[in-house]
Ligand binder design. Sequence first.
Ligand code: MN
Length: 235
Amino acid sequence: MTPLASVLFPVAPVLIPVCRSGRHFQVRRIYCVGRNYAAHAREMGGDPAREPPFFFQKPTDAIQVALPGVTLEHPYPSMTANYHHEVELVAAIGKGGRDIDAFGALDCVCAYAVGLDMTRRDLQRAMAEQKKPWEVGKSFDHAAIVGQLHLASDIGHLARGAITLAVNGQVRQSSDLANMTWSVAEQVANLSRYYELLPGDIIYSGTPENVGPVMPGDVMDAAIAGLDEIRVRIA
Ligand code: MN
């Protein structure tokens, strides 16, 4: 091990507070699931019936934590004129593995939070049309907003319950976790065939339909039944 004192520019760990524990979860990797609600897959031009889950990543330092009762100031990013909200359930991995069986996969999930997979939709679409990686549409500074984590040992595992997002008090996205095409357990099982999962990994589980744009000054309220709501203002 290299002692940290010998590192020229040490990077601060990325931490998410864990509700009622007084502790933090250190983020290793951020995985995201694409098109995991049938109605959203349709609005994105896909065929929900035949698509297996697919995954992409965001950089770990894209995390922005939204604490309960506090309005998070979120900067409007560069290079976009169509900046979209995607409310999502975030699952945190506490036990890793490879080729994890879906039946035991929830044993690997230690906590949940509300998240926003913020998206530069115009860049994502333009790159997809050119058959180029749509990295710049999804992976950018501050693109991974997350609320504090709730331990599964406190609240259980989340398979159903309302998931909503309002902009300036108007509900835009409203669905139920039960509408996910691939459950969190199936996401973990599938993802672990491509990557070894380790404690510290988190998974954004996909967004329901009615994604849409936000502008500077807009206030987003994101909620999932059983978890702390988050409030985010676009600066
Ligand atoms: Mn998403």
